[in-house]
Design a protein around this ligand. Structure first.
Ligand code: SAM
Length: 284
């Protein structure tokens, strides 16, 4: 008998992966968690039936969420990561020796524990001595923080369920306050392609644009996400992602990456016309 995992990308479009084994299934207080083994994508896990991370394409997501801001300001020392229970974002951050502190706030401890067991590829650096784990709601954690972080990475689920509040104006305002005067905010910006995702993308962008003097969007290709075309937001009080790129400094760090490089850094901010138009008309 063949076993397939299927995710509805829209009501009319389904994406399926042939599964070798359903490794783990549990309902946490926040969401349904499932881990699967497959030949094509290796081990992968889903939350409420949506793919979060696969062994085969996670490097794309984690390279782009971490190395883009780090190449703009390689001197970053204090980082806050919200969500990111699989540990991939923290793994990439721990490669920078000058980073002194990484606080990771994940609402669901069961996601982290399951990733430590089934996805050591991403979760194995959560024990780094610079990492502090908080099993709390990121929305409350960040309230009343001032001038505390050089970089905040919001590595969240979609704006449904526990992740919903991570796409609100108040939350982004609190991120702004929690950042130092040269601080950078990177957030999961959804996809421009299917209508429902594009709507969320525009909503998020509108709010961030109102708050930050610099607010840009960059793209990446993730084969297992709806349409494969994904966006992250880069917002900052000081740095422009291209004009302030520290190309030589970053290259001198000699970090081996499989997706990110400094040519792509510049290229990924060059957006297709239909996305530029969407971002220019976020109020509509
Ligand atoms: N790469 C993934 C993607 O975009 O599909 C997301 C990575 S990670 C698994 C997302 C994490 O955000 C989940 O583990 C979820 O529990 C966490 N999360 C959702 N809402 C949260 C909140 N309000 N505070 C902290 N963590 C939250």
């Amino acid at each position: 008998m063949e076993l397939w995992f299927t995710e509805k990308h829209t009501e009319q479009v389904h994406f399926s992966i042939k599964v070798k084994e359903h490794l783990y299934s549990v309902k946490s207080p926040y969401q349904q968690i499932d881990f699967f083994k497959s030949d094509e994508f290796g081990t992968f896990f889903t939350l409420d039936g949506l793919i979060m991370v696969t062994e085969k394409d996670e490097f794309i997501y984690h390279d782009m969420i971490v190395h883009v801001p780090m190449a703009v300001n390689p001197s970053i020392q204090n980082v806050l990561v919200i969500g990111a229970g699989d540990g991939g974002t923290v793994r990439e951050l721990t490669r920078y020796r000058n980073i002194k502190s990484i606080e990771m706030v994940e609402i669901d401890e069961m996601v982290v524990r399951a990733c430590q067991k089934y996805l050591p590829l991403t979760a194995s650096h959560l024990t780094d001595h610079r990492v502090q784990l908080f099993f709390k709601d990121g929305i409350n954690f960040i309230k009343n923080k001032k001038d505390a972080y050089n970089l905040i990475i919001v590595d969240s689920t979609d704006p449904i369920g526990p992740g919903e509040g991570l796409f609100t104006y108040d939350f982004y305002q609190n991120c702004f306050n929690a950042l130092t005067k040269d601080g950078i905010l990177i957030n999961q910006h959804e996809s421009p392609y299917y209508e429902r995702d594009a709507k969320q993308m525009k909503r998020a962008h509108k709010k961030i644009k109102e708050l930050f003097p610099i607010s840009e969007v960059y793209q990446l290709h993730i084969p297992t996400y709806p349409s494969g075309h994904w966006l992250f937001g880069f917002a900052s009080k000081k740095y422009h992602p291209i004009l302030d790129l520290q190309k030589e400094k970053w290259e001198q760090l000699n970090l081996k990456t499989n997706y990110y490089n400094t040519d792509l850094h510049v290229g990924c901010f060059a957006l297709p016309t239909y996305i530029k138009e969407m971002l220019a008309h976020v109020d509509e």
